[in-house]
Design a protein around this ligand. Structure first.
Ligand SMILES: [Zn+2]
Length: 632
């Protein structure tokens, strides 16, 4: 998953046969990927998706006696108990022609108990998913009048057993004229009805379907295993991806192959949703990824530039997170709680290589890479919450952190294992490059840890010791101590060793980088963190203050709204101008209806982060983002 907000700390029934060109996979050879003989049947009717209602009927093989069915709770890639059970409705069970009474477990809200009558061999379940217009990730807004990202875990109850051992025969009915993309194998399309080949419950839930009336697919690699990009948008013009973007996406596939040396998918589909109605986010899957950008992300550079690395981030997860998975996250079913202690590898290393591949592929320029790195380094270097909360705890508590508000983020800490993971793994990379005089790098660790034999999806769990051992094989070092120190210590400063050993240093001046301007525009934010210790919306609402810095010292806090600056009504430009005058500022602030005054004692003008070259060290940072493949 990709954290949604980067700037602060731092996502009908159809009798008429419509032309529905499937972009799902062609049928697999007979006998392949068919986990068991009597599959669970799941028929989903999404014809009312535009009005946010999805209906399903499920046929579950069963034996007479007590039966407990579970609504999926712990959703892979979301690292938390995020199954949207409040949106489950219309529940009705029948067996042997009778309606069955049911009761919810009084302790486990996701468990439903019923008794299967004598003579019955299956239970029929009818249910509805009330698609929301608010929320996060797959539990958030996922449908508009023109498109839908269908997550199968919304619309099923799971019988007892391991997800890998439960076979599901699924079908999906779409609104008239809608096309679709998915990593699932399609056996038949007829009108708006799609039949999928039987798949395990794990694979089904890991394979969302992107559908819509404005949808196109682009082949990124025709060599086996094939890779494609399916784009759905709220309008047809939104789909006009530039040749440069498509070329860079093709290079992403090549660069990932050069990096990992193997591919653990039979085929891969980037699902890309372009809508202003769905929050910006990304969610990884083994053979696909669910990427959600603004409607104009592919046609408006300012909207798109800051978001494109989500595509590389989620793609890296096919190797790091899906193929190799921390033991605590490799749970057998959706009810077993996940343990996030190794998310600094799962997400942190993916954050690192997501950015590196964005640069190696040309989705980003080297300057964009450095400007984004400067922003996260500066942000993490201004986190007083580091003094009470070690990085490791942000990973252990990930299931809480994703739900945390952005207010007081610098004091609380957020999902810092992403961006601090970037800093930490950068440091590991340049350390290996330095120790081996450039002969080896973190790429060699990736090839060793995530490579091996290419083939269809499998999961190889790992533990901390496995990471240490693989790094030691690449370049002997006290890797256990290296990570423990960075994970478990509390202090005031971010680990900037990777930038410094990489031949650069973090510096501040009055100029905003283009990357910062893009992020401010995309999120309607003003970044005054490094001058006033203040982050606010373009409407003046304070998002966060950094304890110990001028805004916090003057008594300001999140939720207040700046209404005037030095006697002038607030606008972003008025504030910037006042700060650049390099003398104390007087603000009028609306605090829940009461107007208060505050004087901010800052004389340093505007301050924004940059990376500046340090000639005393070789430019190892640039080596880390140099492409490894020739252009096609
Ligand atoms: Zn992720």
């Amino acid at each position: 998953m990709k954290r949604m907000l980067v700037i602060v700390v731092a996502l009908v029934s159809m009798l008429v046969p419509a032309a529905v060109p499937a972009t799902g996979r062609p049928p697999a050879p007979a006998g392949a990927a068919n986990p068991s003989a009597a599959p669970l049947e799941l028929a989903v009717d999404a014809t009312q998706a535009p009005r946010k209602l999805i209906q399903a009927r499920e046929t579950i093989p069963a034996r007479p006696g007590p039966l407990t069915l579970h609504y999926p709770k712990w959703i892979p890639g979301e690292h938390g108990p995020t199954g949207p059970i409040v949106n489950l409705a219309g529940l009705e069970f029948t067996a042997a022609g009778r309606t069955l009474p049911w009761r919810r477990d009084p302790v486990d809200m996701y468990a439903f108990h019923l008794d299967v009558p004598d003579g019955a061999r299956r239970v029929e379940v009818a249910l509805e998913y009330l698609a929301p217009s608010d929320g996060k990730f797959s539990a958030g807004p996922s449908t508009t009048d023109h498109l839908m990202v269908l997550s199968w875990h919304w619309v099923l109850l799971a019988p007892p057993g391991a997800n890998d051992d439960i076979a599901v025969q699924a079908s999906l009915r779409l609104p008239t004229g809608w096309k679709f993309g998915t990593a699932l194998t399609v056996t038949r399309t007829s009108g708006g009805l799609i039949d999928f080949a039987p798949a395990s419950l794990a694979t089904l839930v890991d394979s969302p379907v992107l559908a819509g009336d404005h949808l196109r697919t682009i082949a990124l690699s025709t060599a086996e295993p094939a890779v494609e990009l399916a784009i759905a948008g709220d309008s047809e013009p939104a789909l006009a991806a530039s040749p440069q973007f498509i070329a860079a996406m093709r290079k992403v596939v090549d660069e990932a192959g050069a990096l990992f040396g193997a591919r653990h998918y039979a085929h891969y589909t980037f699902l890309l949703t372009l809508s202003d109605r769905l929050p910006f986010s990304g969610l990884e899957h083994h053979q696909s990824s669910d990427n959600r950008f603004g409607e104009r992300a592919l046609i408006d550079d300012a909207v798109g530039r800051g978001a494109l690395d989500v595509l590389t981030h989620e793609y890296v997860h096919s190797w790091n997170g899906k193929y190799r998975r921390p033991a605590g996250l490799a749970t057998p079913d959706f009810q077993t709680p996940m343990q996030g202690d190794l998310l600094w590898v799962y997400e942190g290393l993916t954050q690192y290589y997501g950015k590196v591949l964005a640069a190696r592929s040309g989705l980003w320029t080297a300057e964009q890479y450095r400007d984004n790195l400067a922003q996260i380094a500066a942000s993490l270097d201004h986190v007083p919450g580091r003094s009470w909360r070690p990085l490791a705890d942000t990973a252990v508590a990930a299931q809480l952190q994703y739900r945390a508000p952005s207010e007081w983020g610098a004091e609380r800490r957020g999902t810092d294992f992403y961006n601090e993971g970037w800093l930490m793994w950068l440091e590991a990379d340049v350390l290996i490059r330095q120790a081996t005089s450039g002969r080896r790098s973190l790429d060699d660790f990736c090839r060793r840890f995530f490579g091996g034999e290419s083939g269809p999806p499998t999961v190889k769990p790992y533990r901390f010791d496995d990471v240490v051992a693989a790094l030691d094989e690449v370049a002997p070092h006290d890797w256990r101590g290296f990570f423990r120190q960075r994970l478990e210590s509390t202090g005031t400063h971010a680990p900037l060793g990777g930038i410094e050993r990489g031949g650069w240093r973090l510096a501040y001046d009055g100029e905003r980088s283009p990357a910062l301007k893009d992020r401010e525009a995309a999120f309607k934010r003003i970044e005054m963190g490094y001058s006033l210790g203040l982050r606010l919306g373009t409407d003046g609402r304070i998002v966060d203050v950094i304890p110990g810095m001028p805004a916090a010292e003057a008594g300001l806090g999140p939720g207040m709204t700046v209404v005037a600056v030095d006697g002038r009504a607030f606008t972003p430009d008025v504030l910037r101008q006042a700060v650049s005058a390099a003398r104390p500022l007087h603000l009028l602030v609306d605090n829940d209806g009461t107007i208060i005054g505050a004087t901010l004692d800052h004389h340093g003008g505007e301050l924004y982060p940059h990376l500046v070259r340090d000639q005393a060290e070789p430019d190892r940072l640039s080596d880390t983002i140099a492409p490894r493949t020739a252009n096609r």
